[in-house]
Design a binder for this molecule. Structure first.
Ligand code: 2PG
Ligand code: MG
Length: 412
């Protein structure tokens, strides 16, 4: 087994132009794993802290001071590497070393191990002998924390080619809807600047309902029937609207407020009217019972927890017990280390919680999450539609389509 011979970090920038860390892990002096950490804008209250005191330099200093502790460990020993990180930080949310460091060290080590073994990363992550592609789901129109004033309060309207039989077709179909939506938006507003939000979705001056109607129109213009060839999804990211003091959801941009009950109806109306296949964080991050209402009402769609669960296996167990959702986002950097995230995936898979492996709005051009999506049996891979850092993940899926062990699309 290959052993870690060097570990080093550096400061780089993510797609939003914010500083982040990249870590190089080398095994046996020649097998390089290199990973650059992403970061979110709509961050869950209980997710891992990205950097100690917000400073990536601080994470790097800690790595440098402790690099000897990793040297000599087997790069495939994910638990040993995770335990070493935990010996430096006993907090529950990586506040001392930064979740971004835990993310980069653990994934880079595993990538190095996969190179040493002459395997693809997804094979090192899973002992399965057959794999299915998760359906790419991506942002076609965005607002909320990912775009400026005038855009919808809803954070993301997503497209997923639910009728596609191949990964090639699913990517091509998502791209065609994104392209057609631009034409539809230009027709609606001749002054539309073609501006895009953090994840490459269009960012027009539109209120929520109209944004959804035009997204549906783009699908129909292409001859698609919603719920058949393609389906829409929404990440409500409702914690952005939730105002604790008022006990209400405040839709600043559209100019209305929802009580808890009204928010459930608001989400339910959108799910029904636009035949959504996917509804993420339709209520705020602590509203487990309200999520359960939606899950009961819509057993056939993916009622998904992101900020609600923050890739935390204990919170997931709570959500399972209260039947709050039937699907969960997996973002490794919310959990911290890859070991934490894989443990989370096991709990989800053992309890029929469908997984959606996801990017962050501030991304790197890395593509390891495409492998993580495959290895965790994710049903969907939420990585956007356009933008270099988004397409990098989709292109990796296309490369992987040459691999014998992967056949067909996941069953949603
Ligand atoms: C989300 C993500 C990714 P962020 O809310 O699901 O789409 O956004 O990375 O800003 O948390
Ligand atoms: Mg989300």
């Amino acid at each position: 087994m290959a052993k870690i011979s060097s570990i080093e970090g550096r400061i780089l920038y993510n797609s939003r132009g914010s500083k982040t860390v990249e870590v190089d892990v080398e095994s046996d002096g020649k097998f390089l794993g290199r990973v650059c950490a992403p970061s979110g804008a709509s961050v869950g209250k209980y997710e891992a802290v990205s950097f100690p005191n917000g400073k990536p330099e601080e994470s790097l200093r800690i790595l440098k001071e402790n690099s000897q502790k990793f040297i000599g460990l087997e790069s495939s020993d994910l638990k040993g590497i995770h335990d070493t990180l935990k010996s430096l930080d006993s907090s529950s949310n990586y506040s001392k070393i930064g979740g971004a460091l835990a993310f980069a060290v653990t994934i880079a080590s595993t990538e190095s191990a996969s190179k040493a073994a002459g395997q693809q990363l997804f094979q090192t992550l899973s002992s399965d002998t057959s794999f299915r592609f998760p359906f790419p789901i991506g942002n076609i129109l965005g607002g909320g924390a990912h775009a400026g004033p005038g855009t919808p309060d809803i954070q993301e309207i997503l497209i997923c080619a639910t009728g596609s039989k191949t990964i090639e077709d699913s990517i091509e179909t998502n791209l065609s809807v994104h392209r057609e939506l631009r034409r539809v938006l230009e027709k609606e507003d001749p002054n539309f600047t073609n501006g895009r939000g953090d994840e490459g979705g269009w960012a027009p001056k539109l209120e929520n309902q109209r944004a959804l109607e035009l997204s549906a129109k783009a699908c129909e213009n292409l001859g698609f029937t919603l719920g058949k060839e393609v389906s829409l999804g929404v990440d409500f990211a409702s914690s952005t609207q939730w105002n604790e003091e008022k006990g209400k959801y405040v839709y600043d941009r559209a100019g209305f407020e929802n009580s808890t009950g009204e928010q459930i109806d608001f989400a339910a109306d959108i799910i029904e009217k636009f035949k959504l296949v996917y509804a993420e964080d339709a209520v705020h991050e602590e509203a487990f019972e309200d999520m359960a209402e939606l899950t009961t009402k819509f057993p056939d769609i993916l009622v998904t927890g992101d900020d609600l669960i923050v890739t935390n296996k204990d919170i997931l167990t709570k959500a399972i017990n209260s039947k709050s959702c039937n699907a969960a986002i997996l973002k490794v950097n919310q959990a911290g280390s890859l070991y934490d995230a894989l443990e989370f995936a096991n709990v989800a898979n053992q309890n029929n919680i469908r997984l959606i492996t996801s990017h962050r709005s501030g991304e790197s051009t890395d593509s390891q999450i495409s492998h993580i999506g495959l290895a965790t049996k994710s049903k969907m891979l939420k990585v956007g539609v356009v933008g270099g850092e988004r397409v990098a993940k989709l292109n990796e899926l296309l490369r992987l389509s040459e691999h014998d062990l992967i056949c067909g699309m996941a069953e949603i």
